[in-house]
Every structure is written in C-alpha cells, then in structure tokens.
Write a protein that binds this ligand. Sequence first.
Ligand SMILES: [Zn+2]
Length: 288
Amino acid sequence: MNTIPTPLFDFHAHTTASDGTLTPTELVTLAKQLGLIAMAITDHDTIAGLPDGSAKAKEFGIYFLHGVELNTDASGVEVDILGYFVDIEDPTFINMVEYRQGERIRRATEMVSKLIELGFNITYERVREIAGGVIARPHIAQALIENGYASSQKDAYARLIGFGAPAYAKRDPLKPEVAIKHIKSAGGVPIIAHPGLIGDDSIVHDLLNQGAEGLEAYYAYHTKEQQDKYLAIANDYNVIVSCGSDYHGPNRNKNKMLGSVVTPIQVMETLVDKVQEAWHTYKIKAVK
Ligand SMILES: [Zn+2]
C-alpha cells in the first residue's frame, strides 16, 4: 500500500542575519534538500534575511513565511515572541527593529568594556567578527572561550556575563505585550515562542490574554509533556499552534535539524490560513 509521506515544514530558524551559521540562501537550499514544503526565517530582532530567503524559496517552490523573533523581557524573565508575515516595508516596524539592534550593539560594547576593565584580553572587533550579523551574548561567550577564560557558554554566563555576573549589562527592555502590538500593527501574527522555556506559565496566560495569537507547542526542545500541555492551553484559548526546530545552522549549541519537529499537517494549514488572513486584513487597512 502506498502512503503519502508526511510533508516537512518548519517555522522557526535562524540565519547569519542574526546568530545562525547559514546565510538565508544556504538555509533555504538546505530546506530544499531536506524536502521541506513550507518554512519561515525568524531571526532575532531583524528582518534583514527575509528578502534573500524569500527569493530563494520562491525559486524552489517552498512556501515561505516572513518571520521575526523579538527578544523581550517580562520583568526579568526572557520571553521570545515570534511574528509571522510582518510587513517588511512598514517604517514603524523597521525603526523598531533597528532600535533593538542598536541596543544590542550598545549592550555588547558595554559588556566587552566591563570585561576589559576586569582584566580580560578580548576585543569588540573579535566579538563582531564571531557574530557576523546581529551581536548576541553567545558571541561574547565564544570570544571568552577562545581566549581560555571560560570552558563553555554556560560557564561564561555563570561567572562573567550572565544576569547578575560582573560584566553583565542590560539593554533597554522591550515588554512582550509591546512586541505583540508591534507585530500586529505591521500586519503580523504574534506567537509565543517555546513557552516551555519561559519557566512560568502565568506569563503565558497573561500574554494570551494580552493579544498573543498562538503558542509554539511543537518545539524541538520541548518534552512530550510540555508539548501536550501547551497544545491543551492553545485549545483552551482557541489560539493557533506553531512548530519549529529553532535551527541555528551547523556548529551551534542548538543542533536539532531543520524540519525535525514531527507536526501534524493541520498545524501548518491553520497557521498559514491565519497568517494569510491577518495579512489580507492589514493590506485592506493599509490602502484605506
Ligand atoms: Zn529562535
């Protein structure tokens, strides 16, 4: 008996536009090799990788969602909000992501300065080189590891650059509910990324009450219990469900493969419908 193989899709992946190791073109080429039928690029606080990714996906006939992952702060707890199909030409949205990136650079510079003051021999140039695109704390950790000051990213965070450590610096916090509003105003659908990693379900409930439209229940690093729990919560709130591997390319700590999260096809259908609906509503409003 012939059975149709389950199609692969993945709505959470990073490129060199933020902290991934593959360019948008390389990521989409990998998606093609793996046989994905639909995908999104969701770089941290940037939409810079979307035009190249989208063009390549079009060439290969892969359904491509514009995505972004906004890193936010819910009173000291890190919460990531995924936004699908935001208008990448919306000036307010562009300004917002540019400001967030500026804050990343300011923060990284401050942390490197603190490390230098503490006597560590690292340079901002090297951190920027490691980063390639958007600078994040893992790149500072990498510079510390290279010079033998830390044994791992975890070690670097615990002793030097994690919350409360001597070279830690804050950036202007973005509240998750504000990120949700930004995404919606740019025509996108906001979804709470990997709710199981937040570690506090009251935040998940709060954000669902404040306009989040879905949960990334199918996530590469969720346990089966977490997956089932967030599927049930999504069902209770009647919001959509998303799925993602959070693939960062080869040679990253996160190493679950693109398209590896086994997800029922209905999830993709519902997500794509919802995203298209939001986009159409936005376009109608935009021309008025
Ligand atoms: Zn991510």
